[in-house]
Design a protein around this ligand. Sequence first.
Ligand SMILES: [Zn+2]
Length: 176
Amino acid sequence: MTTLDKQRRKKLQALVDKDFYYRSYYDDDVEVRSSGKCGHGVYAVRQFLPGELVMEVTGQLIPKKAYEGSEYVMDLDEKWYLEPSAPGAFMNHSCSPNCELIQLTELSLGVVAICNIEAESQITFDYAWEAFDWNPECQCGARNCRGWVVAEDEVKKMKRLAKGRKKGKDKKKKDR
Ligand SMILES: [Zn+2]
């Protein structure tokens, strides 16, 4: 096997990026930007009306049996997880989201606006995570913020866990 020299690799990589854009997803209606305190986020470039499809989320499909999921993994259906590629992977949680996820095709999810979304707004959905020891504190800033990135009906359990977590931290200083 011949190895690629640096220049040729660069040239060929440009071809790959151009024709397959694995690394730079292209969609004129949404944009990945730095969101300050929450790392990156997806932003609307134009206005979206309620019920409008904002974007399609594709990615790697992983059987649920084989995998517990990463932080970004989404439920596709009963049997499959979807590990989203950009820009879906950059969508942040909000306790007062402007979008929800639906199963769009057999292989992809759709992000659908649930209210009017003005251009320049951040696209968010409710992660609705189960309460575990590791759920991060929520930074969404919504008036009804639950305090943690957790599903609405898991808040009670989360509060219990967070209490325990704080105690554990005080004792061991670091719990993971
Ligand atoms: Zn919140």
